[in-house]
Design a binder for this molecule. Structure first.
Ligand code: GDP
Ligand code: GDP
Length: 439
């Protein structure tokens, strides 16, 4: 599971600047799609080969009893509880404030690993910029400039080392040798995730509960359905009690992100009795960024008026139009209707995500695309697309080689994506295009 880093500190110390720097490289992978809204508090970053999740906790007022600051404090507490490492940021230009001390006291009580980080330190001497902060009793502070990037990579590497050092040794997780489809069911609270899990597991033979090797509170449940093997990944907000699944109260974005990243296919569940919310859109955005295959299930389809059904379809189109690569099913987890076809789409999405695309076929498709529509000239130079090969699976990555590919715009990239998608009938998986220019 990816380590989780939480950024904590009073307002204006540079948390969001650091957050943006840590997550920027990821963002570049995802084309800006119309309608896609990002949750700017949760992101994924990577140093070298090591991915991690990062949470920006926003401002923090631990003593507030009510109102917005109280809400934020609650969220910060949840973030800290879910983090492996807390990066506690203070402002090197402003020096120590009483507020910093309050936060220190709070963090100390949580017992988490905390790294004290002095930000805005560019152009300043270590001893000068840190002098104030020894009073916090946290030892030698780290020094960075979030705005300029100084010290940031070292900081993250160190925090990942701490995160890994304190994890229980990872037991051998029985890798999906059986080639089961790793499935995560995600959605906001009350959309019907637990009900769906019960329906799926109730009908069919559950192979085994509680495998060895489940770390932290992750749960993996292998099951079989119509002769096919699946592994249900720890579904955020669902906990087993006896053999019945119940929703736990607290919804966890972190657990949602973790289960998405451990899945091959994500089943995004929506509630047809409610309008599509910002939270739905954020979860959809996370799935898109993860590159996982996707099936959308609009649940609670039973007992709706036909007006309401039309309404929700329009809402879906308007707010989640960027998920059009995925199949949508209108189902009832409670009445167990529509589940079979939805699971068929899960299988198809998995197959699409795992497609083997040969270089000759990809190159032929590329040539067809270019014949159909040339990339735009930039000045006197026209980008030349020469050949394509597959650079990865789940999601399939098409690597295109050629010349002057830097000048290819997002529109043309989308056109290429659509062409490859149609040529290879890739339904239910995102497809990534990478451009590699020769000289
Ligand atoms: P947050 O409220 O903790 O998320 O803080 P922000 O990231 O919004 O930053 C607050 C202000 O500090 C902004 O004006 C940033 O441009 C500035 N800032 C952030 N990091 C640095 C830094 O490394 N050096 C300097 N000089 N300013 C910074
Ligand atoms: P979770 O929080 O996403 O796990 O949601 P639950 O599975 O706990 O379901 C929340 C509520 O929605 C419960 O009262 C369920 O009985 C109800 N519910 C779940 N699926 C359906 C459905 O298909 N139709 C209807 N009408 N209600 C449903």
């Amino acid at each position: 599971m990816k380590p989780v880093i939480a950024l904590v500190g009073r307002p204006n110390v540079g948390k969001s600047t650091l957050f943006n720097r840590l997550t920027r490289s990821r963002d570049a992978l995802v084309a800006d799609l119309p309608g896609l809204t990002r949750d700017r508090h949760y992101g994924e970053g990577r140093v070298g080969e090591r991915p991690f999740l990062v949470i920006d906790t926003g401002g923090f007022e631990p003593v507030a009893k009510e109102g917005i600051m109280h809400e934020m404090a609650k969220q910060t507490k949840q973030a800290v509880a879910e983090a492996d490492v807390v990066i506690f940021i203070v402002d090197g230009r402003q020096g120590l404030t009483p507020h910093d001390k309050t936060i220190t006291d709070f963090l100390r009580k949580t017992g988490r690993s905390v790294m004290l980080v002095v930000n805005k330190a560019e152009g300043m001497k270590y001893t000068t910029v840190t002098a104030d902060f020894y009073e916090l009793g946290m030892g030698d502070p780290y020094v960075i400039s979030a705005a300029h990037g100084d010290g940031v990579t070292d900081l993250v590497e160190e925090s990942l080392n701490i995160a890994f050092a304190q994890r229980p040794p990872e037991e051998e997780i029985p890798e999906s040798k059986d080639r089961s489809v790793r499935l995560a069911i995600v959605g906001r609270p009350n959309v019907g995730k637990s009900t769906l899990v019960n329906t799926l597991l109730g009908e069919e033979r559950v192979i085994a509960f509680d495998l060895p090797g489940t770390t932290r509170d992750s749960i993996e449940i292998p099951f079989e359905r119509e002769g096919k093997l699946y592994t249900l990944i720890d579904t955020a907000g669902i906990r087993r009690r006896g053999k019945v699944f119940e929703a736990i109260e607290k919804f966890s974005v972190v657990k949602t992100l973790q289960s998405i990243s451990e899945a091959n296919v994500v089943l995004l569940l929506l509630d047809a009795q409610q309008d599509i919310s910002e939270q739905d859109a954020h979860i959809a955005g996370f799935i898109l960024e993860s590159g996982r295959a996707l099936v959308v299930g609009v649940n609670k389809w039973d007992g709706l008026t036909s007006d309401r059904r039309d309404e929700i379809k329009i809402d879906l189109e308007r707010k989640l139009g960027f998920l059009s690569f995925a199949k949508t099913h209108f189902v009832s987890a409670l009445k167990s209707s529509g589940i079979g076809p939805m699971m068929k789409s899960v299988d198809n999405a998995y197959a699409a995500a795992m497609s083997n695309l040969s270089t000759p076929k990809l190159t032929r498709a590329l040539i067809e695309a270019v014949e159909h529509q040339q990339p735009r000239r930039k000045g006197s130079i026209r980008p030349k697309l020469r050949y394509a090969h597959q650079g990865g699976m789940n999601p399939p990555i098409v690597v295109i080689h050629g010349n002057a590919l830097d000048s290819i715009d997002a529109n043309y990239k989308r056109f290429l994506e659509k062409h490859f998608r149609e040529t290879f009938s890739l339904v239910g998986t995102p497809l990534r295009i990478e451009l590699r220019s020769g000289k």
